[in-house]
Write a protein that binds this ligand. Structure first.
Ligand code: ADP
Ligand code: ZN
Ligand code: ZN
Length: 739
């Protein structure tokens, strides 16, 4: 009888053999239900084999073949095999992780028709103002539907209680449910004009491209087969417009396009923007915020080739795309492309492999490319496309100034020039954004008489003071306690907050500008579902004067009335133990700075720093990424860091400190005994040596040749798997981004 090897979600590096009865029709890539450890498990048929090592009486039959959806394409299976091999992660777990949840269940799926909600005739005729005031959510939904139909998922971003409000609206007959049409979900979007391209096809809202843009588009469309392009362009230089033109061209050639964007950027606005540019094209999004059913549905549309444009976060790099003809990775440097648990893949790197496998072009776009990509562009492995001009007004980039905080007096962390600049914006009715990468009131509470600091009992970190609810919270493990009335060590009652967080900044600014409308955007203030999108609307509608925010505010949002960006104490990253910290900081500050400025005037960025002459600030002031990248590359080369070497990090954590260290020491000895051409470092504590009562340590291995590192890991991984680990948790991270 034929034997099939099946991928299962099991932490073993093998596939599992089952027999297939004569009457069963089974193809490679199909999902199957098989008995495994006294249960029925879902697996994927990977390959036929002639023989099995299992004894005849131990091999079990496949229970059921699921033919509800087409088999996974061979090409996707090959991609997953590559990932399993490259990241040294079990093949079964890799394959199953790529599937949407619905397809991982042992029941066949039933696909529902995608639905949108829209206003009925009665709903359109309704005067929203006549609704009782307290029905805010109903009103918000009706307002939103005036602009465009919404899916259930989009509806939920309006408010946590949107489902209940929607139910009432449906019952009242003001809202109705319709089958989703391919095409724009919105008709309220800007359409700058229409232009036909050479082939006479209409491209909605197209701008006449600048010469630089046209050259970039031509380079990619003329590419035959695989080619990796790095599109380096300052904010506002028209990268998105290039994506649109490239998509348009590939659609003419009947291809599918995958556009990968960072997690936080995938908002309904972005999706609607692309829908508005391609009203007649079937576009789906794929991200973890979708309901399971919708995600499975969109995935299947990608697989059938019906979805011509797939817009997604990192997980969408594993979508089956039979007609894939172009991959675009926007903000390619963004850390959210790297998955930090399970299969620790970099979606950007997997995308590059995928483009190569498929023989199609890939474009990585960024204003601040990762050093890895920049290095590859310098060495000629990637083709560099540059946009040096802004396509939009203001043609000039914001003026960046540094305030030397070692020379200027600070009032609760704020310098007079920054306060004055905020005041000017208030008078002009423009918005200011104050960026600080610390949430809470103050990073730590201190006793003024004995020097006691609020520390987490479970972590090697400080407890952050949250003034609103008088609590001390650990941002690493979530532990929380009330603020003590007196010092736990000496009993003194004089406890002082040290340093500044978003809440304290809010308080300071409110005292200084009592009439200003201040909006704080951080993980605490946006915890409730829908809160963040409500805030974005508030900012857009001009209902806030001063925005205080963490990196959430820095990314990819256009706030047209924002003309000032202030940055509070970014210095920690300059001399951090994490060698990537300053690279990340530069990208972040460029991005925040890019928020400032309006059509009629350039914005202003004020950074408060103790190191105004640091090369990072010099490069920021000059808007010169290239100089900065050269500086960093020189440093990395000297120090022997990526991109000049390839790394893998083995981390272990356990309740007993000795467990973690013993495991890593054994792993290290085994590595040395292999005598392979890689550098094996010593066992050291992790950057956060203790977290949630677990002691954490790590071991770094590196080589200047990717291949050598890969071969070493292939030899080392089975040894690690065989080491006694007890209750210890360990992971191997290839191309680690965090230490
Ligand atoms: P980026 O993605 O590089 O930040 P965008 O593509 O979003 O830049 O472009 C910024 C703004 O410039 C958008 O409003 C876009 O419509 C406009 N724009 C882009 N290209 C052109 C062009 N060639 N002519 C006029 N406006 C343009
Ligand atoms: Zn004390
Ligand atoms: Zn903690």
């Amino acid at each position: 009888m034929p034997i099939i090897r099946v991928a299962l979600d099991v932490p073993l590096s093998t596939l599992f053999d089952y027999v297939v009865s004569e009457e069963m029709r089974l193809e490679i890539g199909q999902r199957v239900v098989v008995p495994f450890r006294r249960k029925q498990a879902l697996g994927v048929a990977m390959e036929w084999v002639q023989e099995t090592a299992l004894a005849v009486d131990r091999i079990k039959p496949v229970t059921q073949v699921l033919d509800d959806v087409p088999p996974l394409p061979q090409e996707l299976l090959a991609l997953l095999r590559f990932c399993s091999d490259y990241y040294h992660y079990p093949l079964g777990m890799t394959v199953l992780a790529a599937l949407p949840t619905r397809l991982r269940a042992v029941e066949p799926i039933t696909v529902k028709q995608a639905l949108d909600y829209t206003l009925s005739a009665a709903g359109r005729a309704l005067d929203i103002a006549t609704l009782p005031k307290r029905r805010v959510v109903q009103q918000r939904i009706l307002q939103a539907l005036r602009l465009a139909p919404l899916s259930g998922a989009q509806m939920r971003t309006l408010s946590p209680s949107a489902p209940a409000a929607l139910k009432s609206l449906l019952e009242a007959g003001w809202v109705e449910c319709v089958a989703r049409k391919a095409g724009p979900l919105s008709n309220s979007l800007p359409q700058a004009g229409e232009r036909t391209n050479e082939k006479g096809n209409l491209l909605l809202g197209a701008h006449a491209l600048t010469d630089e843009q046209q050259q970039a588009v031509d380079a990619v469309t003329q590419q035959k087969g695989y080619g990796c392009f790095l599109l380096h362009g300052i904010t506002g230089s028209g990268k998105t417009e290039i994506y649109v033109h490239l998509m348009h061209e590939m659609l003419q050639r009947s291809g599918q396009i995958l556009l990968l964007v960072p997690e936080i950027n995938l908002t309904p606005q972005l999706e609607n923007y692309f829908r508005s540019r391609f009203p007649d094209v079937d576009l789906v999004s794929l991200h973890s915020g979708l309901a399971d059913g919708e995600r499975a549905q969109n995935w299947l549309k990608a697989q059938s080739g019906d979805a011509r444009i797939v817009l997604g976060t990192r997980l969408s790099v594993f979508a089956p795309l039979p007609k894939l003809s172009l991959i675009l990775v926007d903000e390619e440097h963004d850390p959210s492309f790297k998955q930090q648990d399970g299969l620790r893949y970099s979606a950007r790197d997997v995308a590059i492999f995928r483009a190569n496998q498929r023989g199609v072009p890939i474009v990585l776009g960024s204003a601040t490319p990762s050093l890895e990509s920049w290095f590859n562009a310098q060495s000629g492995r990637y083709k560099l496309l540059k946009l040096t001009q802004r396509a939009v007004q203001p043609a000039t980039l914001p003026v960046v100034r540094c305030m030397d905080i070692t020379k200027l007096p600070l009032q609760d962390g704020l310098s007079e020039p920054l306060l004055t600049a905020i005041e000017t914006r208030l008078q002009r009715k423009e918005q200011s954004l104050i960026f600080i990468n610390r949430r809470g009131y103050a990073p730590v509470l201190m006793c003024t008489s004995c020097g006691w600091l609020s520390e987490c009992k479970h972590c090697a970190g400080k407890l952050v003071l949250h003034q609103k609810d008088r609590s001390l919270r650990c941002h690493h493990c979530g532990a929380q306690q009330r603020v003590p009335n007196a010092c736990p060590t000496c009993g003194d009652a004089d406890l002082k907050p040290v340093g500044i967080g978003t809440q304290r900044l809010e308080e300071t600014l409110q005292t200084r500008f009592p009439n200003a409308r201040i909006l704080r955007v951080d993980r605490d203030s946006t915890r409730n579902k829908g809160a963040w999108s409500a805030m974005r609307k508030q900012i857009h509608d001009g209902e806030a004067d001063i925005l205080i925010g963490t990196q959430m505010l820095a990314k990819g949002h256009d706030f047209p009335n924002l003309t000032l960006v202030g940055v509070i104490s970014p210095d920690g990253a300059l001399y951090s133990a994490d060698f990537r910290a300053s690279e990340k900081l530069f990208a972040q500050l460029t991005q925040v700075g890019g928020r400032a400025g309006r059509a009629d005037k350039a914005g202003e960025v004020i950074m408060q720093t103790a190191f105004p002459n640091h090369p990072l600030f010099q490069a920021l002031r000059a808007h010169n990424y290239e100089i900065w990248a050269q500086t960093l590359l020189a440093e990395r080369q000297m120090a022997g860091f990526p991109p000049f070497v390839y790394q893998a990090l083995l981390s272990a954590e356990g309740k007993q400190e000795s467990d973690a260290y013993n495991f890593l020491k054994q792993a290290r000895s085994a590595a040395m005994e292999l005598h392979m051409p890689v550098e094996v470092y010593g066992v050291v504590p992790a950057a956060m040596p203790k977290r949630a009562n677990h002691h954490r340590a790590q071991l770094l291995v590196q080589s200047d040749k990717r291949k050598a590192l890969g071969e070493f890991l292939r030899a080392w991984k089975p040894i690690l798997d065989a080491l006694p680990a007890g209750k210890l948790r360990w992971v191997l991270d290839v191309d680690p981004m965090e230490f």
